[in-house]
Ligand binder design. Structure first.
Ligand SMILES: [Zn+2]
Length: 146
């Protein structure tokens, strides 16, 4: 997942940087090709954000808002990002709603950039856990064919 840059572009009347909340003038053409889809995104980015990406700052293309998310926006806006997880089955546990041997899922939310991190604890029945596993398998194996 890399961005390629072309620039700096000469001229002083260029549209704005496509990083959310940045109102600096675009200075470089930034390209990102979605893995395996052949779909390409081409936008402008200001010199400061190009420097940040080159220095290794994390970014995310948000297809819905049509912007790059960086810094706190990358971690906080929209959905929670899962950075780690672990499953646990308690053999003797039982629950009137969840049935016997419910699955505990501990999810670590947040990013390496540390804007915020929290842990979620979810409990689910065996059948929900199985459905979740099937769905995640389908999504991850089909995502390259979109
Ligand atoms: Zn910018």
């Amino acid at each position: 997942m890399t961005l390629t840059f072309d620039g700096p572009i000469p001229g002083s009347d260029l549209p704005l940087c496509s990083v959310l909340r940045c109102d600096a003038q675009g200075a470089f053409v930034v390209r990102y090709e979605a893995e395996g889809t052949g779909r390409r995104i081409e936008r402008l980015m200001c010199a400061a954000h190009v420097d940040a990406v080159r220095a290794g700052e994390a970014w995310r293309w948000d297809d819905e808002q049509n912007v790059f998310l960086m810094g706190a926006d990358r971690v906080a806006s929209g959905a929670h990002m899962v950075s780690g997880y672990r499953f646990e089955v308690r053999t003797f546990e039982t629950d009137t709603t969840l049935g016997s041997r419910p699955i505990h899922l501990y999810v670590e939310v947040g990013g390496a950039d540390g804007a915020h991190t929290q842990d979620l604890h979810l409990e689910m029945s065996q059948s929900i856990a199985a459905d979740l596993a099937k769905t995640l398998t389908l999504l991850t194996t089909n995502s390259e064919l979109e």
